[in-house]
Design a binder for this molecule. Structure first.
Ligand SMILES: CCCCCCCCCCCCC/C=C/C(=O)SCCNC(=O)CCNC(=O)[C@H](O)C(C)(C)COP(=O)(O)OP(=O)(O)OC[C@H]1O[C@@H](n2cnc3c(N)ncnc32)[C@H](O)[C@@H]1OP(=O)(O)O
Length: 324
């Protein structure tokens, strides 16, 4: 209209959809003067460019910390949702509140607009596993109920990792103990600093494996190596854990954060749905077995928590400083 004036060409055929739409729009302008049409076009284009400028100021992937968590920090940026355990003075030991918050964070991450989710630790440790003070301040008449609820908490917590729908990455920034080791087999990638170690002292604590490790570890590393870890409590270095397949790749501690986040940012640019569907295709092959294993491990631990072996081991840990 701005260059040709009023519509003067024959109407395109019914199946020439694009040119027909253009002809209809041109014809609808009737005898609008060329100068008016030109000004209308300029106003339209400048309006579009200013709205796109304002939207770029919002930075849709802005690093925004998500409120509502006391024991962890959850941020989302560059298509990555990061869940960082945040009890560094206690080596990120997992309190019952922390289990709950991690489940809430995973639920939120499964629904947000990120492509991948990363779990890591703040401070020198990835996590020292279950907070052993979870077993304190329990009166004899409530211990069985506490054990029952603890087993449900454990089953639900591990179940969140089994069912998590997006690619899930563990950035193991330091030593990992107990359940923070066993759940690693439920991640899709495990990147570790070379200062990380992997320790599952279950027998020392009068306890038994969880996180589906009684199934996943023998399957991963063979029954002998799995027994060394899960039954006899052998601590693995990052290199040894990588050799067993528990860790995907080890990075020098000095470059761990930079290398891992550079790689994850590249991964997060891949097609989101293809990543999610591929992850689920792999997980679905054994999801039923994992849930069954999780339920059995939780049932057995519920019994172990009531045993003298377990109670004595935990009291020894908690009183060790007093003996110094
Ligand atoms: C009756 C039934 C109730 C049931 C309730 C259950 C609810 C939970 C359900 C889910 C259960 C999941 C099952 C999980 C099992 C496991 O994870 S087993 C492994 C448990 N973890 C440990 O055994 C590790 C214990 N910690 C240590 O051995 C050492 O702290 C360390 C990690 C090797 C570090 O040693 P060091 O460098 O010497 O530092 P410390 O001074 O020991 O630690 C610094 C402070 O942090 C505290 N701390 C560290 N780890 C834990 C922990 N796991 N639990 C509690 N506290 C921990 C430590 O006490 C120090 O605190 P302060 O003395 O106040 O400084």
């Amino acid at each position: 209209m701005a260059t040709e004036g009023p519509c003067s060409t024959p109407k395109p055929g019914v199946f020439d959809l694009i040119n027909k739409a253009k002809w209809d729009a041109w014809n609808a302008l009737g005898n609008l003067p060329k100068e008016t049409a030109r000004q209308n076009y300029v106003d339209l284009v400048s309006g579009l460019s200013s709205s796109s400028d304002s939207s770029s100021q919002v930075k849709p992937e802005a690093d925004r910390e998500q409120a509502g968590y006391e024991t962890l920090v959850m941020t989302s940026e560059d298509g990555i949702t990061k869940i960082m355990l945040n009890r560094p003075t206690k080596m990120n030991a997992l309190t019952t509140q922390m289990y709950q918050e991690i489940m809430l964070a995973l639920e939120a991450a499964s629904k947000d607009d990120s492509t991948i989710t990363v779990l890591t630790g703040n401070g020198s440790y990835f996590s020292s596993g279950n907070d052993l003070t979870n077993f304190t301040h329990i009166s004899p008449d409530e211990i069985e109920e506490k054990a029952r609820r603890g087993a449900i908490l454990l089953r639900d917590f591990v179940g969140c990792f089994i069912d998590f729908p997006k690619p899930l990455v563990a950035a193991v920034n330091g030593p990992a103990v107990g359940i923070s080791v066993t759940i690693l087999r439920l991640f899709d990638l495990v990147y570790a600093s070379d200062r990380a170690t992997f320790h599952t002292p279950f027998s020392h604590l009068g306890q038994t494996p969880e996180g589906c490790s009684s199934y996943t570890f023998p399957k991963l590393m063979g029954p002998g190596k799995a027994a060394e870890m899960l039954i006899f409590g052998k601590k693995l270095t990052a290199a040894e854990a990588c050799a067993q397949g528990l860790v995907t790749e080890v990075f020098p501690d000095s470059t761990f954060q930079k290398e891992v986040w550079t790689r994850l940012k590249a991964y997060s640019k891949l097609p989101r749905n293809a990543l999610r569907i591929s992850k689920q295709m792999i997980r679905n092959h054994e999801k039923e077995k994992l849930h069954a294993t999780n339920a059995e491990e939780s049932r057995i631990l519920q019994e172990r928590w009531l045993s003298d072996e377990c109670m004595n081991a935990i009291m020894n840990f908690l009183s060790r400083k007093a003996k110094m």
